[in-house]
Design a protein around this ligand. Structure first.
Ligand code: ATP
Ligand code: LTN
Length: 338
């Protein structure tokens, strides 16, 4: 089931435009994606269909979907080398999503920890979409016959379910879907909250979260206030067990400067947290500055972004359509005569 236009393996991932992209999304995901373009045939999308499983303000959702595309490009995803698109523009996702709903078991969906988490956080809106979300995610992946899905720890369970559904379908109807594997990048930075360094940086915790589009003064302030550790040592030393706040800042500093932990320890020897925190802030500001400026430039040129997501949707549709046609045939639908 090789992709017929290229022998490259297929890589696919998406992020919900339900909030602004942050430093964790950048260092843990998008930055690594940018390095895969030569080796793989890559598809990245704004998962807007997924995001309405939680109530969204329509104007914000529309703005963020386009802004996320600009940020993808500014983070290094070249639209010539990667297929970048908006999920709802490729209607095959919704169609295959429905079909896979019928091949995903109630018991399987009930075991998903993201469903349990999100339904406890949104007790007033536990809708059917929130429950069947993994079937749509399986459709996203299987439509493109993806070999690898770069995701963080939190999405591994959904990837496992995607594999089970693909295998189940293939067993019933013959080889139809490539069975994908999660892809954990080599530099799998897990960035923690600046306020609570024991939980991951997340858009749902804006205090401890640095957004890609944050102004330099806001970034500086967030790092100055970053929680370090209550020990009296006041020494920059990598000890994630006992000093999670400092370890997180070292991890961030290392990710943006390329320096190893020993080098960082040496650089700040005898200086304490008072010098270290603003230095990390500065390094992050300089890393994000060109990304923010490039995103702003693109956002001022709506026609350019529209061209990118139009081309992306066309390219994605061509692939998705082939898989969906095959699936319709396999399950027994009458071929559409027009
Ligand atoms: P939520 O607040 O809804 O949990 P999020 O901000 O954690 O969302 P996601 O949309 O779930 O972000 O994640 C998009 C991608 O970014 C995923 O591949 C995920 O693994 C990665 N990612 C998210 N947060 C971090 C983080 N703190 N460190 C490293 N990678 C992260
Ligand atoms: N569920 C993912 C977003 C997502 C995704 C996908 C990731 C939707 N479809 C397909 C990889 C492949 C999340 O919440 N981070």
């Amino acid at each position: 089931m090789e992709n017929s236009t290229t022998a490259k393996k297929v890589m696919l991932s998406g992020i919900q435009p339900s909030g602004e992209l942050h430093l964790g999304n950048y260092l843990g995901a998008v930055k690594n994606w940018a390095e895969l373009a030569e080796e793989f045939d890559c598809y990245y999308f704004m998962a807007d269909l997924h995001s309405i499983t939680v109530r969204q303000n329509p104007a914000d959702l529309r703005r963020r979907s386009v802004s996320q595309l600009a940020q993808y490009i500014a983070c290094g995803l070249d639209p010539e080398k990667n297929t970048l698109f908006i999920q709802s523009h490729v209607h095959e996702h919704a169609e295959l999503g429905w079909i896979l709903n019928c091949y995903t078991m109630f018991g399987e969906l009930s075991r998903m920890t993201q469903f349990k988490d999100k339904s406890s956080k949104n007790a007033e809106n536990i809708n059917g979409g929130l429950f069947t979300y993994p079937a749509l995610m399986a459709a996203d992946i299987l439509l493109y016959q993806a070999d690898y899905v770069p995701v963080g720890e939190d999405q591994k369970q959904h990837c496992e379910l995607t594999r089970d559904v693909a295998i189940r379908f293939n067993n019933l109807y013959g080889d139809t879907f490539k069975v994908p594997e999660p892809y954990i990048p080599k530099v799998g930075a897990r960035i923690m909250s600046l306020g609570t360094p024991t939980s991951k940086m997340s858009k749902s915790d804006p205090q401890g979260c640095v957004f890609i589009m944050d102004k330099p003064e806001d970034i500086a302030r967030k790092f100055k206030r970053a929680v370090t550790d209550s020990d009296t040592e006041n020494c920059v030393r990598y000890d994630p067990e006992n000093k999670p706040g400092v370890a997180n800042l070292m991890n961030i500093y290392s990710s943006v400067t390329g320096k190893r932990f020993e080098e960082i320890e040496r650089e700040f020897a005898g200086q304490g947290y008072g010098a270290f925190k603003p230095a990390v802030g500065e390094a992050v500001i300089e890393t994000l500055r060109p990304i923010r400026e490039e995103s702003e430039r693109m956002l001022a040129d709506k026609a350019y972004l529209q061209q990118i997501y139009t081309d992306g949707a066309k390219r994605a549709t061509a692939v998705a359509r082939r898989t969906l046609r095959k699936v319709y045939k396999r399950v027994g639908f009458v071929e559409k005569p027009f």
